[in-house]
Design a protein around this ligand. Structure first.
Ligand code: KG4
Ligand code: ZN
Length: 348
């Protein structure tokens, strides 16, 4: 398919109406945004379906997207009182993610764009997370440190402006969310482990077990969480019954200690006074509390997205698309899915 330079001009260039679809993994999501104002956002979660298997099954996910996409799309249009013909542009997540899931959202979005003769905008899922805390900021993205903590990524990024990002550090093995999920599994908690570990931790002691804080003093901004997960694995057979709440709380404390210490150090070194924390793990209450305290005493402005914008959603995809449109982005109907999009491909 060639680039569609004939895509008609925007109906209202100052405040274009963008539809975004997000299907990178197991959430089917749609959102409508006028300018950078969110009009409607819906997520159909497949957690119950994949819970039975203890993890996401790609083929099950893509079949489920096929069923859920039309209802979530109809739902956002009906909430906003709009129709497809009102759209000025259509966006979708192009990667990273599961190929067969990405394909569903991207194909539907391209199809709508072609039928309407409107621009199509591919969006990087991780850039969506990274910028999501700025959604409620009237001036939009600005100089900040961004911490993305999701199921697949743990990144510390120097944000200069929209599209201008520098990688400061990343995990060398498991992502923070992945560590939460693996520990949840070890403890026999339901999938995905993160929210269950966090909820169970509320009843436990975070100081009962001394668990490793890997790379806390490594002098760089990289992370490592696989040793921590292994330490939990070795700890469990030593206890009968396993003090699940104390294990959850002690594990969570170790993750949070490292994330907070390294991020606060990055703010200091880079001399920036704004922190934007995003991704599914930023739902974690203890992490939010600890960042609130640390930022208050360091005089740092903390931007945390509301919880429904921390986990996968299409509002963050619509937001990046809206910012790209503002910057004069052209339609990219020839964009392909990028399941393995690497950090080095978009972060300098
Ligand atoms: O950003 P996200 O929805 O999807 C990815 O792009 O990966 O993040 C999902 C991750 C999962 O690992 C999930 O367990 C974790 O975020 N998560 C949490 C919490 N809520 C979701 N981890 C810790 N505490 C939570 N409350
Ligand atoms: Zn995500």
């Amino acid at each position: 398919m060639s680039d569609d330079s004939s895509a008609s001009s925007l109906q209202n260039p100052a405040q274009p109406l963008v539809l975004a679809l997000e299907t990178s993994c197991d959430e089917s999501a749609a959102a409508l945004m006028r300018g950078t104002n969110l009009l409607a956002a819906e997520v159909f979660s497949q957690v119950a379906v994949h819970g039975e298997y203890g993890g996401v099954v790609p083929e099950v996910a893509s079949r489920s997207h096929l069923r859920a996409l039309r209802p979530v799309l109809d739902s956002v249009l009906s909430i906003a009182g709009l129709q497809l013909r009102d759209l000025d542009a259509v966006a979708a997540t192009s990667g990273p993610g599961l190929a067969t899931s990405l394909m569903l959202g991207l194909s539907l979005a391209k199809g709508i764009a072609v039928a309407l003769g409107k621009p199509f905008i591919p969006v990087n899922h991780i850039e969506g997370h990274l910028l999501s805390p700025f959604l409620s900021e009237p001036e939009g993205p600005r100089a900040a440190i961004g911490l993305v903590v999701s199921g697949g990524h743990t990144l510390l990024v120097r944000i200069r402006s929209t599209g201008d990002y520098q990688l400061l550090g990343k995990t060398l093995d498991d992502a923070a969310g992945e560590a939460f999920d693996k520990v949840g599994k070890l403890l026999g908690l339901p999938y995905p482990g993160g929210p269950h570990v966090s909820q169970t931790a509320e009843q436990g002691s975070g100081t009962r077990f001394e668990l490793p804080r890997s790379m806390l003093h490594s002098g760089d901004f990289d992370f490592s969480f696989s040793g921590l997960k292994t330490a939990v694995r070795y700890l469990l057979p030593k206890h009968n019954p396993v003090p699940v709440a104390d294990v959850c709380a002690s594990f969570q404390e170790a993750v949070v200690d490292v994330l907070v210490a390294k991020t606060m150090r990055a703010l200091e070194v880079e001399r920036v006074d704004t922190l934007a924390v995003s991704g599914g793990v930023s739902c974690n209450l203890r992490l939010r509390e600890r960042f609130q305290t640390a930022c208050k005493s360091a005089g740092v402005r903390l931007l945390l997205a509301p919880k429904d914008l921390c986990t996968d959603n299409a509002a963050m995809i619509a937001y990046v698309a809206a910012l790209k449109l503002c910057a004069g982005f052209d339609s990219q109907l020839n964009a392909e899915i990028e399941p393995n999009l690497r950090t080095a491909d978009w972060l300098r």
